[in-house]
Design a protein around this ligand. Structure first.
Ligand code: C2E
Ligand code: MG
Ligand code: MG
Length: 566
């Protein structure tokens, strides 16, 4: 198998090794036979021939002379063939060696590659089993490599990889394995006497420092750091080298992700709790998949009110997962996982479909706000999908508000702008959620046609207690006035906060003061009690007179429904 791979890589078409060896032996045999023949015939022919040439004696037997000439030709032929075959074998060995190197190493850094790392670690494990050493394995992933690549180009990226490999190699003990698994991920393994935790800590810190040293590049410097995960294991006879190698790589990988989570540019030891976390995450993922199929994700609703008049203006839909296994799960837990799993779009669409059906039953003056993940905005068909849902539910676009967070603005701003524009052209309002927690610039705010900004609850709920919050809210409210953008304040929990807020302008607001998010049935019951459910469609002949006789009543202050909606 290895031979076939080597042949392929070398691009050679030579015959199989056995035939070549046979040919070599035949050529050598011919050569030896010819030499023996030469010795045999030469003595009886050369003597008379020399005497004939020197003293004019009787000429040598011409048949024997011819045989001698033939013999010499045979020797020359045999020698040349032997030399050719020897050269061919040498070239082939070199080609095979090159092919093996190409197949086993990463041509850029000279490290082992993904294909050869397993056998290398397995033989290290086997050797450690004999010597009583333990195996220490580190998984290294560069931080910010992609960003540096995008910023300085791929050649700069290559330079970073080459230099990083050189620095790692210089620090690792003799006999260590160093491989690049692809991209910016390296793995190294070493066999060390057991119990040298401090030595390994020291080495890991040195590796971190070495990676973080600036790399010179065409008059500038490339600053890269690395996150390192470490796992170690004593080798015993029950461990098959393969199983141990795989287990160590898996554990070091988990530890490396923990190092990233902990802030990057550091090393982290594997801990069994990391494995449990992964298992829990896998269970959550299975649960989410089943939950979507079984309709366990439901919309809850939080009141939005006009702080000036106290009137209810609408609801924000907040997703909840009623999991038979985990109970009522917060969106802050399952939305990021659903995003990672790539199921956020179908999940969100199912929720919006239910919310539109619920909101159809409310007073037509009440609006519905829905939250959208940044990932959904990458979908070029997103606006069409929303419109399809509106048409299916026969819900007026003017009653729908879409909330997007500031993180959406880090995505391709051009795509986001055209999406927002096409949604607004249909009459849907767009608000910027959690304002103040992200990094949206004034320029972005001006260039994107938002209808509203929502101040994050972290500023609102601390209003009156934290001076910075007051400053931030004052700044946001004057920004809103300057840009003619209405504002909603989230997280109003007390009358004190409400009073404070009123000082800064006329906002809309929401928060536990008006009630916690409630289920569809609870909202329906509360609205029914307030006479805020949609009227049943009037009979066609009464339509015109009903419109005149029964103008829409002003909405009751939300405080009145506070208790009813929890
Ligand atoms: P958000 O859009 O900023 O929603 C407001 C969050 O603040 C909600 O948390 C709400 O329950 C909570 N909240 C409201 N008033 C108060 C208050 O007075 N005090 C306190 N302490 N909290 C308050 P929830 O429901 O856990 O939602 C969290 C986040 O999850 C939402 O933040 C939103 O970004 C996201 N989310 C919710 N539903 C969806 C959804 O269907 N799709 C997407 N993509 N994200 C969603
Ligand atoms: Mg929101
Ligand atoms: Mg918010």
């Amino acid at each position: 198998m290895a031979q076939t791979e080597a042949d392929k890589l070398a691009g050679t078409t030579a015959s199989p090794p056995l035939a070549r060896a046979e040919r070599d032996i035949v050529a050598l045999g011919i050569l030896v036979a010819a030499i023996l023949l030469f010795v045999g015939t030469g003595s009886s022919v050369l003597g008379p021939l020399v005497r004939n040439l020197a003293y004019g004696d009787t000429p040598a037997d011409s048949a024997l002379g011819n045989a001698l000439i033939l013999n010499i030709a045979l020797i020359i032929f045999g020698w040349r063939r032997h030399a050719e075959l020897t050269r061919e074998v040498r070239e082939r060995r070199n080609a095979e060696e090159n092919a093996r190197l190409l197949a086993e190493t990463d041509p850029l850094t000279g490290c082992l590659n993904r294909r050869s790392v397993d056998p290398a670690i397995e033989s290290l494990v086997a050797a450690a089993a004999a010597s009583g050493d333990e195996i220490v394995l580190a998984m290294i992933d560069l931080d910010g490599f992609k960003r540096s690549n995008d910023l300085h180009g791929h050649q700069a990226g290559d330079a970073v990889l080459v230099e990083t490999a050189r620095r790692l190699r210089a620090l690792l003990p003799d006999g260590s394995v160093l491989a690049r698994l692809g991209g910016d991920e390296f793995v190294c393994a070493a066999a060390l006497p057991p119990g040298h935790v401090a030595t390994i800590d020291g080495l890991a810190a040195q590796l971190n420092e070495a990676i973080a040293l600036p790399i010179g590049w065409h008059g500038t410097t490339l600053d890269i750091t690395g996150s390192i995960g470490i796992a170690r294991s004593a080798v015993d006879v029950d461990n098959s080298p393969r199983a141990l190698s795989h287990a160590l790589q898996h554990r070091a990988d988990l530890a490396m992700y923990q190092a990233k989570k902990n802030g990057r540019n550091r090393y982290c030891w594997f801990d069994p709790s990391m494995e449990r976390e992964i298992q829990f995450r896998a269970e959550l993922e299975r649960g989410i998949r089943d939950g979507i199929a079984n309709g366990e994700f439901v919309p809850f609703y939080e009141k939005q009110v006009d702080l000036e008049t106290g009137a209810l203006t609408g609801f924000e839909m907040l997703a909840r997962w009623q999991s038979p296994r985990f109970g009522l799960v917060s969106p802050e837990t399952f939305i990021p996982i659903a995003e990672d799993m790539g199921v956020i779009a179908p999940l969100s669409e199912a929720l919006i479909r239910q919310a539109l059906a619920d909101a159809r039953g409310w007073d037509p003056r009440l609006t519905l706000s829905v939250n959208i993940s940044p990932l959904q905005l990458r979908d070029p068909w997103f606006a069409q999908k929303i419109l399809k849902l509106l048409v299916e539910a026969n819900f007026p676009p003017s009653r729908l508000e879409i909330e997007i967070t500031e993180t959406c603005l880090h995505e391709n701003i051009g795509v986001v702008r055209s999406l927002i524009t096409s949604l607004r052209n249909q009459g849907i309002a767009i608000s910027l959620d959690d304002f103040g927690t992200g990094y949206s610039s004034l320029a972005q705010l001006r260039s994107l046609p938002f209808d509203r900004i929502k101040i994050d609850r972290s500023f609102v709920s601390t209003l009156g207690r934290n001076k910075d919050s007051s400053t931030i809210i004052e700044a946001i409210s004057s920004l809103g006035r300057g840009m003619d953008l209405p504002i909603t304040a989230e997280g109003i929990e007390s009358d004190t906060v409400l009073e404070e807020l009123r000082k800064y302008g006329s906002f809309k607001g929401q928060g536990y003061l008006y009630g916690e998010p409630a289920s569809s049935d609870e909202v329906k019951a509360a609205l029914a009690a307030e006479g805020l459910l949609a009227m049943p469609a009037p009979a066609p002949r009464d339509e015109a007179s009903a419109a005149v006789a029964d103008p829409a009543p002003a909405l009751a202050p939300a405080n009145a429904t506070r208790v009813a909606l929890r």
